[in-house]
Ligand binder design. Sequence first.
Ligand SMILES: Nc1ncnc2c1ncn2[C@@H]1O[C@H](COP(=O)(O)OP(=O)(O)OP(=O)(O)O)[C@@H](O)[C@H]1O
Length: 332
Amino acid sequence: MVGPDPHVAAARVAVRRTVQSLGLGGQFLLVGCSGGADSLALAAAAGFVVPRLGGTVGAVVVDHGLQPGSARVAEKAAAQCRQLGLAPVQVLTVTVTRAGEGPESAARDARYAALTEAARAHGAAAVLLGHTRDDQAEQVLLGLARGSGARSLAGMPVARPAGPGAVIQIVRPLLTVSRTQTEGACRALGLSTWTDPHNTDPGFARVRARALLPVLEGALGPGISAALARSADLLRDDADALDAAARTAYEQLGEPPWPVSRLVDLPVAVRRRVWRELALGAGSPSGALSAEHLRAVDDLVTGWRGQGPVDLPGGLRVHRRAGLVSLLDRTP
Ligand SMILES: Nc1ncnc2c1ncn2[C@@H]1O[C@H](COP(=O)(O)OP(=O)(O)OP(=O)(O)O)[C@@H](O)[C@H]1O
């Protein structure tokens, strides 16, 4: 008997391992499918694997209505999901408000909200997304270009709760699978894939990062995407450990004011996280809080030369007086 195409097999193995390791066998799962090669390969693999693990799998295609013909693209993706045996398969039309950080991020927010809501309505345990190892590598490259820390370089986790305290998980089973493999799987299965025009628009930093990977492979040797994804995995473990240490330190410190003497002996990586937790907990907007803000707070505490207080986004001010560090509200 001839086995499945190797790309199809790779996607199935990745889905089976992820579903089993997360204890999701036997549950109802929902694939978020855009009609692109990654999420169609995911739908095909999940449609094969999940029933064999005693579960069921459906799909949701979100129509953002941002491009002409988007409804047709969505219907075609949904039809292919149905042919792959997924049920129920739904097209959800969302309204993307252009407020916030731009249409891309507004579309993403609307999509995640729609997918999570559909999962809740159908009683799904998880939403499966088709991010690949190449997406992970691009994310790491973009983080490096911004000078990010371990948490950001850790890229996307395989699983996370859909929101604070949520039961539904957002799961990315294909993070070990390359885009070449998802495209090969779709070809082997005769699936017709859609290419998001944004994926070739050099106006997006992600698209430019994508173009860089083959250049890096040429210069440094093959396997760069896999290596970057591996770094993300290692850094995620480090970031998790440091976050846990910072949470413990934060809890032990209690409410500010905090004595400087109890702060200076903490490792700087933990202190930085404590400052961040302090600022975010007091309402500083995360997008506006920079590494420079955190460095200034740390300097106030550990490198004091009589400098003044540090102002943080959100109308906050960190003060040092008589060996105590306190957080004040600057708003009148
Ligand atoms: N229109 C859509 N409907 C349903 N699921 C989608 C849709 N678009 C994307 N997805 C899901 O999200 C995955 C990632 O898609 P994409 O890379 O386009 O997202 P993104 O814009 O980079 O945002 P993010 O990476 O934060 O999810 C897809 O593989 C698919 O599972």
